[in-house]
Design a protein around this ligand. Sequence first.
Ligand code: KG4
Ligand code: ZN
Length: 357
Amino acid sequence: MNILGIETSCDETAASVVTDGRKVLSNVVASQIKFHSKYGGVVPELAAREHLNAIEHVVDEALDSAEFAISDLDAVAVTNGPGLIPSLLVGLNFARGLAASHKLPLIGVNHFMAHIYGSFLENRTGELDDKATFPIVALVVSGGHTAIVLVGNDGSAKLVGTTLDDAAGEALDKAAKMLGLGYPGGPVIEKMAKNGNPAKFAFPRSLTGAAGKALDKKDRFNFSFSGVKTALYYHCKKYAESGAGPIEGELLFDTIASYQEAVTDVLAKKTFAAADAFSAKSVLLCGGVACNSLLRSKFQKRAGDKMKLIISEPKFCTDNAAMVAGMASKLLAKGKTDRIDIDSYSRLPAFEKIPFI
Ligand code: KG4
Ligand code: ZN
């Protein structure tokens, strides 16, 4: 089964050809970073225009590098939510046109679920069929989401925790903006943190019961990143007002390392608390922030030998279309195709199932 996947939910125009839900024959991603960098975040209208400029070329390249013609495809899959509507519509309309003109089935894919599927691409698809993998506690952590999902071997899924304000990726992006480091924040923070002392500043770890604050039971697996962001703001203000000037040099590196330490600590602590509470056999880490090597090593350390750890290669963590095409193969196998007039949606809908299990 050969599927062309298209992804335009945010600021990456991506297309990919995947065979049998597993083998990634091409994975083309055109990033718009340089267009949004000066604004410190994604400008939705600009993103949509750039998707329009890039999409035909990106899809052509995905087909060419897979050495595929459209006639070799069994279906066209496209992310139709959650995401920025103007961005989603570009990919969706392109996919609709392609599917209609070539009489191919069209499959709408949920971006949040596709991030989870991305962890099973290539060598790990077998684990989806292995009962010993379940239950899974999955952390989906990106610029748009920070959520813990409990997944049973029958595909049952429960959102057990989510962020009450910003996503973790957003907290990294906004910190980078505050410190004048451009967009996206995650990669530059990861790089610069390597030169800093992560124990230098104690940034808050909200909703962890740290700092002597009792943790409300309902927030055991919820997140909040507005506090750490505000703490960074006052940290910068303090140095500016003390006459010590802007934060730079060693102070900047220490600030970044300490900030990254706080954000990753919370993500690891909450996810593994959930894994213990639900007796998970596996912990899955996905979404753009899952590229972060410190976060990956904290997960590796906590999982040890007692839990299976499912983390994909970084190229399948950030937005890509291989996860979309891969997940769509599973949907097609279940006969789940969509009407040609399928709509887009901006927010994550309530769910009780993982659609690809
Ligand atoms: O999954 P993704 O590409 O898009 C969304 O669905 O949001 O995630 C993007 C997020 C951004 O916030 C970006 O700063 C973060 O992932 N990110 C990272 C790293 N690479 C990307 N965060 C930490 N470390 C990284 N290496
Ligand atoms: Zn994403």
